[in-house]
Design a protein around this ligand. Sequence first.
Ligand code: PMP
Length: 350
Amino acid sequence: MIRDYIRKELQAFKPYHAAFRPQKIKLDANESPFALSENVKNKLIQWISNEENIKLYPDTDSTELREAIASFWNVDVENVICGVGSDQLIDCIMKVFLEPGDRVVMPTPSFSMYGSTAILNHGVPIEVKLNENYTYPIDEIIKTCNLQNSKLLILCSPNNPTGNRLPNEQIEEIAQNVKCPILIDEAYGEFSDETMIPLIGKYSHIVVFRTFSKAYGLAGLRVGYGIGAKEIIDAIYLTKPPYNLSVLSQKIATWVLQDEKVNQERIEYLKTERENLIQELRKLPNIRVFDSDANFILIETQDLELSEKLEAREIFVRSFAASEGALLLRITVGNKEQNKILLDALKVLI
Ligand code: PMP
């Protein structure tokens, strides 16, 4: 039986599946509501019409894209690595630092891929519960990391799904007291007022991961990047598969990053929509609405069927079990039209 040969830890493992269906009001995966800008679309059409452009393997080091990222952040190209989404880089960093049985420390609730990727890489996820109001228990995080066999700490800021960021000052306090490598996942960093990227020169054991899937609207292309001191970037390179990013992904991500004015406008639009949506949601009875530094908003409700009721109206959000008798819904901030449809539905349902 094939089953008998499957690694023990994976026998109860559930690989990630999500129904793929085009949805009008899709607010469940924190994607951007914006399509490619005209500028990028025109470059793409011109580029793709040269059939020579896709017959060769891509640049395995994504040099042009890394140069664009380095110039954007004012760092050297050797401080940058690109992956097939930041998902791939999360996998790579675990492959670098974990021997079988090593611990990966992660405050929870957070992005579920940290735990599953740790298990796939023979590691052991160690969850440190966030405080009641989702702030971070700094001392406990430090204590847990300094236990033997803790080989990686992952801090998601702004955190998915709670939406709050971990202030730089607290990250620095952790970094100064923890020896193991620290991954700061800033997948939602463009929507926040703080980033650790300018501080990478100060801490050689910190790496920051970002993605083109959220603020830049390229979730379908799968492009993520890491920024850190040369030492930690070189380490992640040890496990990066060759030719990981397609030539198309490298090209489009480069053009999109250089489209700075459009990006800024779109980010500001979504931040304004986020604040409007929070204000409107707070007028509704029976729900708790959390602050957000990301492009999504977390709400807590006692109506355990609220997610299904929204789905019946073709509005898709992400739901999580909360404490007994409560449900957490993570709602992506969409465009004005989508947000209005969501609010109108909630007004009727709550
Ligand atoms: N980190 C966090 C916190 C995320 O929420 C996500 C996407 N859901 C990712 C990483 C992965 O992003 P990517 O599309 O770049 O793989």
